[in-house]
Design a protein around this ligand. Structure first.
Ligand SMILES: [Zn+2]
Length: 82
């Protein structure tokens, strides 16, 4: 199992541990299990907030992420924490 790295805290683990986000078929960055360049985030509030910081997702995914997209993704992930 290849190791992945959290874009917030740089912790390494196997892919199944993390939330995986990538561009979906509509071009929106979201939780996504399909193909494509992905970013990995620990399922924790701390890493979520850090990962939403300016530039982090963009650097990991090598694409721009709009503010609206970022807000929706953040809410989606916060829901999963509950
Ligand atoms: Zn982390």
């Amino acid at each position: 199992m290849p190791e992945r790295t959290c874009i917030a805290c740089k912790r390494k683990s196997d892919q199944g541990f993390f939330w995986r986000v990538a561009r979906d078929l509509e071009g929106r960055v979201a939780l996504w299990k399909g193909l494509g360049r992905s970013a990995y985030i620990c399922p924790s509030a701390d890493c979520l907030e850090k990962a939403m910081g300016k530039g982090r997702l963009e650097r990991a995914l090598k694409c721009p992420v709009g503010e609206e997209n970022r807000r929706i993704l953040r809410e989606e992930l916060i829901c999963k924490l509950r």
